[in-house]
Design a binder for this molecule. Structure first.
Ligand code: UDX
Length: 460
């Protein structure tokens, strides 16, 4: 099928490269010439594990066509997929200008009958407004809501192994065409030649055996436009509720001497609850959770619904950084000023260079505000962070450099290289051997035996 994808971010470029690899002709449109130039060279303009090999192969073969031009791509496309950003405004509402502008550009250039697939995360009711834009431009075409559930750091795996395919529209033929398009991706995942994608195969080594064996047709959830729009923001809000719940229980654990990991293993084993997203730590961040929770609270209010539960979930998350800062202060005998503190990890989670609303960055800012001297290191997010934190912190060359002379090391993002650190050989770099495990991933008993003071979140 010939398609266009508007927006070359995590969702757009991943979906585009994979649909191209699956045998479709995919135009990949962006308004930013710098991004398009990088993709033309067969690379992604952001770090996402395993993605570059797919981009390179499909650009080299000519099935993924990066372009700035709607005029060249849209008339040749049966389906146009919108994957542009939907940033949060100050009041929690969502800035839909990129979605509206791209819809208008698509509508002006499309042939009648083109299907517009809405993949950007939007408030409920947006699809209807897109329908009106198409009519206003004088064209006929259907709008389909097809929310994206991929997570950064596992975007390729998630796209090839969708646990559900949610699709909402008033047009049954439009739904069937979009289902056929994504069926091609699922078929492709079954025959994937892993030798050509060794980077992906290595990263996902353990997960590959977990490709679902449920047929694609049994994973399709066909519904109304409004329901599909609501699924995405509700799913993300529910996941944040689980995390804030775990963080709240962790505080009780700290008081009573229980271990949060043991408690969550115990409750997560209940198949009605599940263990996922019950990991206590520094709180949740990223490009989606903060924006989607704020957006849902705002949409609810617009409808006269006071979403008290979700507001509390957000409050708990905002307080989590302060909880970790308090712990740091306790470990440093009540003093943060002039203390040398190492923060390991800057991206909002491992596997990505993305620092949008990163809890680690919030932590660093809070500690520098308290006049601590901060040394930071991250395997992928240093460049992004240098612009964000400028001269306030020391950007270390590697883990050893980050730990040199430190009085406290904090695990802020659980990159494998930090979890698997050789504590016995690194101990000599510490001025005082204090470890604050803000992701609960360091081996508590082992490090204590090596002479470190250890504190986790709910693991006292
Ligand atoms: C999320 C959703 O998971 C995905 O389905 C959606 O499409 C986009 O939003 P993403 O933002 O990539 O994906 O990250 P995710 O893995 O969900 O993690 C979000 C944040 O929650 C991170 O800061 C992470 O550290 C934190 N988290 C996650 C926890 O603190 N504890 C957990 O148990 C899980």
């Amino acid at each position: 099928m010939n398609i266009s994808i508007v927006g070359t971010g995590y969702v757009g470029l991943t979906t585009g490269a994979l649909l191209a690899a699956a045998g479709n002709k995919v135009y990949c449109i962006d308004v930013d010439p710098n991004k398009i130039n990088v993709v033309k060279k067969g690379k992604s303009h952001f770090y996402e594990q395993g993605l570059d090999q797919f981009v390179k192969k499909t650009v080299d073969e000519g099935s993924l066509i990066p372009t700035l031009s709607y005029e060249k791509s849209i008339p040749d496309s049966e389906v146009a997929i919108i994957c542009v950003g939907t940033p949060s405004k100050g009041d929690g509402s969502v800035d839909l200008s990129y979605v509206y502008n791209s819809t208008e550009s698509i509508a002006r250039n499309m042939k009648n009958g083109t299907i517009i697939v809405q993949k950007s995360t939007v408030p409920v009711g947006t699809g209807r407004r897109l329908q009106k834009i198409i009519s206003r431009v004088g064209k006929k075409g259907s709008v389909v809501s097809c929310p994206e559930f991929l997570a950064e750091g596992s975007a390729v795996f998630d796209s090839l192994n969708m646990d559900r395919f949610v699709i909402g529209s008033e047009s049954e033929p439009a739904k069937q065409k979009v289902i056929k398009l994504f069926q091609s991706l699922d078929d492709y995942s079954r025959t994937l030649d892993l030798e050509s994608f060794d980077e992906f195969a290595t990263i996902y080594n353990k997960k590959l055996s977990k490709f679902t064996d449920i047929p694609f047709e049994d994973r399709i959830y066909s519904m109304s436009l409004e329901s599909a729009e609501l699924v995405k923001v509700s799913a993300n809000s529910f996941l944040t509720t689980k995390i804030s719940f775990a963080n709240s229980i962790a505080k009780i654990c700290d008081k009573v001497g229980a271990d949060i990991n043991e408690v969550m293993d115990g409750i997560g084993a209940d198949h009605r609850i599940g263990r996922a997203f019950l990991y206590a730590g520094l709180g949740w961040g990223g490009g989606c959770f903060p924006k989607d929770t704020a957006g849902l609270v705002y949409s609810a209010e617009e409808q006269g619904v006071d979403f008290k539960l979700l507001k509390s979930v957000v409050d708990v998350n905002n307080a989590q950084i302060l909880y970790v800062v308090r712990k740091a202060k306790e470990m440093l005998k009540g003093e943060l000023e002039n203390k040398i503190i190492t923060v390991l990890g800057l991206s909002f989670k491992p596997g990505t260079s993305d620092i949008r609303i990163s809890p680690s960055i919030k932590l660093v800012k809070n500690l520098t505000y308290n006049h601590a001297k901060i040394r930071v290191y991250d395997p992928k997010a240093m460049e992004n962070t240098e612009q964000e934190l400028n001269n306030d912190v020391y950007f270390a060359k590697d883990i050893e450099d980050a730990l040199r002379g430190t009085e406290l090391a904090i695990l802020a993002t659980e990159w494998p290289e930090f979890i698997e650190m050789d504590f016995s050989s690194l101990k000599k770099f510490f001025k005082t051997p204090n470890l604050l495990d803000a992701r609960n991933r360091w081996p508590k008993e082992k490090v204590k035996k090596l002479g470190f003071s250890y504190s986790g979140i709910g693991r006292s």
